[in-house]
Design a binder for this molecule. Sequence first.
Ligand SMILES: [Zn+2]
Length: 404
Amino acid sequence: MRKQTADFNLVRNINKSIVLNKIATNEPISRADIARITKLNPATVANIVKELMKDDLVREIGKGESNGGKCPILLALNPQSFCQVGVHIVDRIAGGVVDLKGNTLSYIEYQFNKEEKLEIDLVIKSIYEAIEESGISLEKVKGIGIGVTGLINSSSGIVEFAPNIGWENVHLKNILEEEFNIPVYIDNDVKATAIGELWFGVAQGKRNFIVFDIGSGIGSALVIEGKIYRGANGRAGEIGHTFLRYNPIRCKCGNYGCLETFVNDKIIIEKIKSEIRTGGKSLILDLIDNIENITLETIFDAVRKNDTLTNKIIQNMGEDLGLVIANTINTLDPELIILNGYLTTIAGDLLIPIIQQSIRKHIFGKTVKIPEIIVGKLCYLPKCIGPAALVLQKEFSYLKKEIP
Ligand SMILES: [Zn+2]
């Protein structure tokens, strides 16, 4: 008997997930259309919709056109029935409350001293503040998602090694679950961005893609058959530490010649400064009063004015990136490459053609189709959205069937 009840509940839950998925992906939709698409009995659909409305997950939003009979009532997902907190911890704490459709209901940022260990209390404070500012009660928050720079064990929720914030083996999931008493999901920040792109960004409906995050280093997230590929030890994706060619600058990993010692936010600025100091001529000197004031923006302003020196440096950087991306394409055959990070936000249009050219030069099979390369949508959205999607992926996976 017990087995039968369990099976009955399982089928009921599966049907509930199917109905909710159809509403989320086809809204506004009538009960009759749900029954037609899902091939479920109309009475079953009506009962499930009743339950979903009771749970406040679904609401009636008006009437559709008549097919001869009564006008059907249209249903839609209530995006604020449940919300999630997302916190992005990289060069600052960026937290916010995000609803089921990826709308940000609140957003706060905290700077911290990068020379000192980050206080966990500041993370807790940012979560309380984000919830308070959103006007949503804690009961409506389904979970907390945290995207942290560094090596993260996503199943245990332990931040194993995050040198940028001075953390080693921090049991962040346990600490936050004890504080807030709701599920907490922790992942590396770039992996969280990949999940965010899958839910709300340019990777919706994609199964195989790679996110390259270019900042002070280069991180990546590999999505294979709709799932983040983690590898045997959870360390897959360290593309920034791919050997490119010898470089006297030592990488933070201890090796020499890693990609990220050739391509990162700071190195571009340093290279241009050093070329100018040794007599290099550049239009950039017309744009600033002091060489120390060179920024990524002024560099790309100069590139857009056809400045030879800055153009050469950006060209070399794009070629190096393209070479490593070509190797990755040869290995994984993705359908899409997403570039993430501030640099690509301000100069993606300049970098992408150089990267494409370099890929074409280095890829196996000169006539094969190169995957599309685009700047991620999350680059332009509040940083809390990727981490918040970690909660959606675990708690609301049935809203998007392609996500396991
Ligand atoms: Zn390295």
